[in-house]
Design a protein around this ligand. Structure first.
Ligand SMILES: [Zn+2]
Length: 264
């Protein structure tokens, strides 16, 4: 049995008296906390990231490089300035795997839900598209619309591992639609990517030596796809630069370091 709130006696509201003697009702802190707990429960935060916060990031990465430390400062500034100073802008964390980009993104998401009463949701880019596609192509058109609506209208969307998908027109159109819809409504999106934040190579085809073997040409093409711009295309890449502050992170894979430390 849950305990009855000592402030409101379980009503969920408290009455505030104005200086002129009139009264008005306000949500009690117990109701605000219950609502935040519900939003957090529905935010789809993966179990392995459940205990991630900006504070725990600081402890874990205390000996980190300058750029990793700076990314924490930017994250804190974002949560402190939200939503007035951030005015719909989000953050794009880029850098190699193991620097804690997802940890930071989830730290921000949890902070805004618990401290600011925001709504928010976490999706791996690939998983989101797979889910949308399976509901879209099946008999669950209503479910697809509902899922898409939540992704577009929540206060904060975390889109993890952007670009790690099998490219198709449908994938890019859907991604572009989600990002543009959020941006147009001043809703922040936090994005992570393991790829370097560079525009697409303009001379994509010219860069291939047509006299080289097919295997060498393929290898060259694969090299060219190793930037975010090459992966997601010019249109979405340009939109991202407009709607996000880019946070570039460099350093050693934190998870590898921990492994070495514990099993050395
Ligand atoms: Zn209460």
């Amino acid at each position: 049995m849950s305990e009855v709130c000592t402030i409101c006696g379980g009503l969920g509201l408290k009455v505030i008296q104005r200086p002129d003697g009139t009264q008005f009702a306000q949500d009690c802190v117990c109701r605000i906390e219950r609502r935040a707990a519900r939003v957090l429960k529905n935010a789809r935060i993966p179990r392995r990231y459940e205990f991630c916060s900006l504070d725990s990031y600081e402890t874990m990465h205390s000996s980190a490089t300058k750029s990793v430390k700076k990314s924490l400062i930017v994250s804190r500034k974002f949560t402190e300035g939200y939503p007035i100073e951030t005015s719909g802008k989000g953050l794009l964390f880029v850098g190699s795997a193991g620097l804690g980009k997802t940890h930071l993104a989830i730290g921000i998401l949890k902070n805004l839900i618990l401290e600011r009463g925001a709504t928010g949701i976490f999706w791996e880019h690939k998983e989101l598209l797979e889910n949308l596609r399976s509901t879209y192509s099946g008999r669950h058109a209503g479910a697809e619309a509902e899922m898409l609506k939540t992704v577009i209208t929540c206060d904060l969307l975390v889109l993890d591992d952007l670009g790690d998908i099998t490219p198709s027109d449908w994938s890019w159109d859907t991604t572009s639609y989600i990002l543009s819809s959020r941006y147009n409504e001043d809703r922040s999106t936090i994005i992570t990517s393991n790829l370097p934040n560079k525009p697409p190579s303009i001379a994509f085809d010219e860069s291939v030596d047509h006299f080289a073997s097919e295997a060498a040409q393929e290898a060259q093409k694969a090299m060219n796809r190793r930037t975010l711009g090459d992966r997601i295309g010019d249109r979405i890449w340009s939109r991202l630069q407009e709607m996000c502050v880019v946070v570039e992170m460099q350093g050693e894979d934190f998870r590898q370091k921990v492994k070495r430390a514990s099993f050395a």
